[in-house]
Design a protein around this ligand. Structure first.
Ligand code: MG
Ligand code: MG
Length: 283
């Protein structure tokens, strides 16, 4: 039995999945907006203000704000910061590697997703940062595509890890996969059972059923996975100072396949590219 094998998965009904899609879509639209707002000279707090206003204007509530005392609507993690960076006066510069994690509640249901990008785009980026961002996003989609009713939830982490090992071989490096933070069940609360390791673990693991909703969120570094929390009690940074990327989606398992609730297109394009079944729920 694995560490988390006793955890329960609470399946969602069709109606509940439709409600979660509303929350997920608002998160997707917020992140899409923020991507266009990122530029050198802006602070991470500037982005946070944009996010909070957009979420509230569109019928949502930020779910990170006030969570265990967190002061942001989004998490902004720059360079060697892996996750949970607090928006503040930090001024972004060209070439910074920024991860934005965003969550919202609509009608009592939660969405949670994260993207990583380089400020100033490819022209301003170090090649290794672009490779890291791409490898991490690809590993997320590999993990999502391994989610299947009747199979172990642990197939997700195995697929994430295999994807990163393969990308590392191609990119000529060994990517660090952070194991101290994991994905999670999500629904009426942001963090629910089961935990979703973003790496290979032994044991059977919980069995995925139709109606399962989980947030999958690989955190990957250019160096080692060892990390520490800064004195602000939130920001997680790499011990070796290497840069890190973080990608996340909230995903539903349906009768027809998968529905990526926090992707603008529901995951249709990326799932199709990877040969996984795109299966949105219809009202
Ligand atoms: Mg998140
Ligand atoms: Mg999450």
């Amino acid at each position: 039995m694995g560490l988390f094998a006793r955890e329960r998965i609470e399946p969602k009904s069709t109606d509940e999945l439709l409600r979660m899609r509303a929350a997920g879509l608002l998160v997707a639209r917020t992140l899409d907006l923020l991507r266009g707002e990122v530029r050198a000279g802006r602070t991470t707090k500037d982005l946070d203000i944009v996010a909070e206003e957009f979420i509230r204007d569109n019928g949502g509530t930020p779910n990170f704000l006030g969570y265990q005392g967190f002061t942001g609507t989004i998490c902004t993690s720059v360079n060697d910061e892996i996750v949970h960076g607090i928006p503040g006066p930090r001024v972004l510069g060209d070439g910074d590697l920024l991860s934005i994690d965003c969550g919202a509640i609509v009608d009592g249901w939660h969405g949670d997703a994260a993207v990583s990008l380089v400020v100033g785009g490819a022209q301003a980026a170090r090649p290794e940062d672009l490779a890291l961002v791409a490898a991490t996003e690809d590993s997320l989609w590999a993990g999502i595509s391994a989610l299947r009713a009747g199979q172990s939830l642990y197939a997700v982490g195995a697929a994430v890890e295999d994807s990163l090992v393969s990308a590392g071989g191609r990119d000529g490096r060994v990517y660090g996969i952070v194991e101290d933070y994991v994905g999670h069940g999500i629904g009426r609360a942001m963090h629910m059972d089961p935990q979703v390791p973003n790496y290979r673990v032994s044991g059977r693991g919980p069995r995925v059923v139709v109606g399962t909703t989980v947030a999958i969120e690989p955190m990957v570094t250019l160096g080692d996975q060892d990390n520490r929390v800064l004195a602000d009690d939130w920001t997680v940074v790499t011990l070796d100072g290497s840069r890190a990327a973080h990608w996340e989606h909230t995903v539903a398992v349906t009768d027809a396949g998968l529905w990526v609730l926090t992707a603008l297109d529901g995951g249709e394009e990326r799932l199709g590219r990877g040969g996984a079944a795109y299966g949105p729920v219809e009202r």
